[in-house]
Design a protein around this ligand. Sequence first.
Ligand code: TXA
Ligand code: MG
Length: 314
Amino acid sequence: MSVSKPTHHAIRRAAAALLRDRLVAFPTETVYGLGARARSSRAVLRLYAAKGRPRFNPLIAHVADLAQARRLVRFDERAERLARHFWPGPLTLVLPRLAGASVSRLAGAGLATLGVRVPDHPVALALLRRVGEPVVAPSANPSGRLSPTRASDVARTLGGRVAGVLDGGACRVGLESTIVDLSGPRARLLRPGGIAREAIEALIGPLAGAGNEIRAPGMLESHYAPRARLRLDAASAVVGEAYLGYGPLPALPENVPALTLSAARDPQEAARNLFSFLQTLDRPHIRTIAVAPVPRDGIGLAISDRLARAAAPR
Ligand code: TXA
Ligand code: MG
């Protein structure tokens, strides 16, 4: 496995590896994705195996533009509006799959729908254009663990299982895409993420489903978990714990490692830092990471969703 700067040459090599059914990790604006050639069942099976991901959990097809997405799924007026407004960007649309879609049935977990998105990252887009066909890409972490926002996270946890990692630096958003299911008459929020629920509702009206009763097939309750336990809505921490703050840090006992998601209480900054700070605080001698209360509106909904899952019983 090699970690490469995303030069033209490295992107060409990565595209060629994907077209040979190998796995390549690449940066997106949300988190690092683990890419596989979508239409190859062999590549898709390798992807599920590399992540240890249950096969009933479908994958998102990544494409370079709206025109390519139209060849995979049926757009209605709501989908058009959202895609035109938010793509490229951290929004995944779940839509009825077209019969001729060049995506393996295994990638869609046999469902009649497909999740699609156009990522807003120059390296991801260059790679997708070069490959010229859809690439399925879950977050590049072992199933159930924290999502990677840096190339080094991928190398550490999946290094032996991928052909290469394109290093595009730290991810700008830091949390996965918002998933909206438009396959039925009622638009549903399946996963809060990088685009605020409010911004979507401003364009297509109220969404069914909210932060904490989420039903993407793969949204198992426990997810995004560090090794340490999490204690939420904590004002402070005791020895043996670490503290993850929001806003200025409180006075803490000595030997309590602490970081704040955002000293200025900027939710975007907090989202960007969430996974890497949990990673940093997840040290062998730390039993529990105590986490300050975070806001629940805008991208705060996605932050609290990920924290609730990380804290869920395992
Ligand atoms: O930001 C992101 O979306 C990142 C980057 C790499 O693009 N990808 C990502 O993929 O988060 P993953 O596989 O970690 O999460 C995809 C989620 C899963 O919970 C899956 O169940 C859901 O999307 N999903 C995919 N296809 C679906 C479908 N047809 N219907 C309902 N849920 C779907
Ligand atoms: Mg994931």
